[in-house]
Design a binder for this molecule. Sequence first.
Ligand SMILES: Nc1nc2c(c(=O)[nH]1)N[C@H]1C(S)=C(S)[C@@H](COP(=O)(O)O)O[C@H]1N2
Ligand SMILES: [Mo]
Length: 315
Amino acid sequence: MLLKVRAASEAREDEVTPRALFLSRRSVIAGGAAALAVGGMAPLLSGPAFAALDAKTTVQPPDAKMDPVTPQKSATTYNNFYEFGTGKTDPSEYAGTLKTRPWEVVVDGEVGKPMTFGIEDLLKFPLEERIYRLRCVEAWSMVIPWVGFPLAEVLKRVEPTGAAKYVAFRTLHDPAQMPGQRLGVLNWPYTEGLRLDEAMHPLAILAVGMYGDVLPNQNGAPIRLVVPWKYGFKSIKSVVRITLTKDQPPTAWNRSQPFEYGFYANVNPDVDHPRWSQANERRVGDFFRRKTLAFNGYGEEVASLYSGMDLRKYF
Ligand SMILES: Nc1nc2c(c(=O)[nH]1)N[C@H]1C(S)=C(S)[C@@H](COP(=O)(O)O)O[C@H]1N2
Ligand SMILES: [Mo]
């Protein structure tokens, strides 16, 4: 793998700095990181910010032509989280009703050792910062510094059987906390799926934080998937169940509009959405559009997962 991992040095300043202090520094650090990001140096400078979640390493995604990090304000107020409404500002306005403690994630299905992880257990996995592009199927994108760990770490712990070929994910279903679930815009709960080899890929992470702090509810607290080479809708939020399966699992968007949203949903500038082009995108905050990259720029790492597949058919 091409991930560059930097081990934290012993007793770095950010590990001994009281939280209040480094939080107050964050804006300065974030600004510096964004400015330097053009040169590909940003992740190394974000140390003090992510100590809030005690990330031990910074993993620079292979695609180091890193565009500036999207302002935190944009990434936390321009969201898709239909459980709280279909407007972009609905999640930040209404997701306060989501209760993220206690929280459990059941991991079961075709596994030798089914397990239930409390959120406290999940926060004990070694956390890394990952600065990834997120490319929404609606043709806008952001660059977000996630804090999390590889999904593979959880999957290995439950010991997938030889029959496991896919991984199904499910969001919490509770209309009292998630008022959007009272409306029939999707088949609730929101579900997603990956092939097992995609799920095991080191770029696929479970995120518990962003911008150095715990995930805001609107971004999928307390734990969500992030699969950077796929359209954003694959990155399911507020996950409560992960089930390994023999067969390809049904997924929410594919069920509601199968001709528009495929199971694979790899970012592909050559395959248009039936109602709009996917050839380019608007980075949130930018005026001009930019070209969309195959696999959202992560082709070197993930294209081999799809060798021999017709990606027009398996869109
Ligand atoms: N449970 C759930 N997960 C979801 C969604 C949703 O509506 N519900 N929206 C998806 C879509 S379309 C996108 S683009 C991303 C947006 O993530 P962000 O708001 O953190 O940027 O979340 C994805 N995960
Ligand atoms: Mo999206």
